[in-house]
Write a protein that binds this ligand. Sequence first.
Ligand code: UDP
Ligand code: MG
Length: 320
Amino acid sequence: MTKLALVLPCYNEEEVLETSVARLTELLRGLISDGTLHPDSMMVFVNDGSRDRTWQLIVRASRSNRLVRGIHLTRNVGHQNAIMAGMLTARTWADVVITIDADLQDDLSAIPRMLEHYREGSDIVYGVKVSRRADPVFKRLSAMAFYRLQQKMGVDSVFNHADFRLMSRRALDILADYGERNLYLRGLIPLIGLPSATVDDVISERTAGTSKYTLKRMLSLALDGITSFSVRPIYGILYLGCFFLLLSLFIGFYVLHALIVHTAYPGWASLMLSMWFIGGIVLLSIGVVGVYVGKIYTEAKHRPLFNIQEIVGGEEDSEL
Ligand code: UDP
Ligand code: MG
């Protein structure tokens, strides 16, 4: 039987907490009584430095409900780090972890489907938003644009997947080896490479409270999502430098022509030429320096070179 830990990051969620606990209790009890889940399965609320009564409510729930556990972080570290804290702590308590936002905007009916994929051998199951109708128009459009840009930048992430996902303990152990500081889990987890699957996730509206993702937080996450995985912007500068140098060659011909046919003002030719030429050289140089910075950046991440899925042979009990 699978022992599940639901991990829910919470930042100022006092308004939704009680309903979320109630809905998840019902879900877990159902899955425990039909034998899908181990009776010691749990929900783990990670209090990400909330300034309201969130932690008091978690403590109270954990006293009256044995399915509830809480982790209290010393200060607000942001959604991604809070999820990481929850997953890495809960992996010692359970076989699988499912991360889901505390406002339960994600589709709870996807949870049994995720578990089914897990039983069939997937180590990672991504919840993929099939309908964002409940999201505000701006959020929908900006998210779309962002996923597209990410693909263009060569970041390998699952389209329209946020942080609603199942991970097995094996996958979490590998994730723990990634020493990343600028966490962007949606880009990092596909790098693990274990068997994975996706399930549909129909988003609903927040039942209470407001979105904790301000525009500033969204932009900073988007920036992390690209700059933590792609060095293409640096190469963009390098190519631009090459292009400008090439352009200065053509401008050189143009200036020469103007000199020959006497349409040039005195001093114009030297200004014109040096502007384009030096501009090109400067960009190219920044690009070259950038390429080295890019190498330092990949080295500094200390990502594992490989992840082992399975080893066979050499067991004590093998015959002969
Ligand atoms: N959250 C968090 N730390 C933060 C910001 C948000 O743990 O600094 C949690 C929040 O409590 C919620 C989840 O991250 O459970 C997603 O936030 P929210 O629902 O506000 O984002 P949205 O659904 O609007 O993208
Ligand atoms: Mg939400």
